[in-house]
Design a protein around this ligand. Structure first.
Ligand code: ADP
Length: 183
């Protein structure tokens, strides 16, 4: 991978890896900012047989495909195995990760250092989460949705709809709020 230009971020292909189960507005904010920084951004959904996801790989791929259609330089795919091997395959020299809190940083730093040890030509770039999305994780969104809570504004409308279908929950919380207001 030596000899590839690294100075200009616009010439760099970056990977944004994750589980995206499901994609949230925090993820999309990072994708939008990453697409402006890098020449090309590959959103890569990890194929992880150990995790028991709510949405299948194909479902997550379809959602992210739709959600990123408006970005010309973003493409969505899946990968398995070592991230650095995938980076070599697609000629990527950067890995984009989001940092929500200090608790994210410890794990992310460990991953970044290990990846650099495995492939020094791939740099990890951390972007701080947008303040408004910094408390959002896929897990908390799933937990709230499972219990019938409102996830409007935390995930794109498409994901909101898919969550309702998957979990067979209605729009009860909003109508409950309206009823309370009308009392
Ligand atoms: P993981 O399964 O490793 O937690 P995720 O799919 O949840 O991966 O997230 C992928 C990347 O997106 C991680 O770098 C994570 O820190 C980042 N991320 C997740 N949620 C947010 C958010 N609300 N704002 C910014 N970055 C986020």
């Amino acid at each position: 991978m030596r000899g590839t230009p690294r100075g200009q971020l616009k010439q760099v292909v970056a990977i944004y890896p994750g589980s995206f189960d499901p994609p949230t507005n925090g993820h999309l904010d990072l994708i939008e900012r990453g697409s402006k920084l890098f020449g090309k951004l590959i959103v890569a959904i990890l194929r992880n047989p150990e995790k028991d996801p709510l949405f299948s790989l194909d479902e997550r791929l379809a959602m992210l495909d739709q959600l990123t259609r408006r970005f010309d330089n973003v493409r969505v795919t899946t990968f398995g195995g070592l991230l650095v091997d995938f980076a070599r395959q697609v000629n990527a020299h950067a890995v984009l990760r989001g940092i929500r809190a200090i608790s994210d940083y410890e794990y992310e730093l460990q991953m970044a250092l290990m990846n650099r040890k495995l492939e020094p030509e791939v740099e990890t770039v951390f972007l701080p989460a947008a303040e408004v999305y910094s408390y959002i994780s896929s897990r908390i969104v799933k937990d709230v949705a499972r219990l019938g809570g409102q996830v409007h504004g935390l995930v794109p409308p498409l994901v909101e709809k898919e969550l309702r279908l998957k979990l067979q929950v209605g729009e009860a919380p909003r109508s409950r709020r309206t009823k309370a207001r009308n009392k």
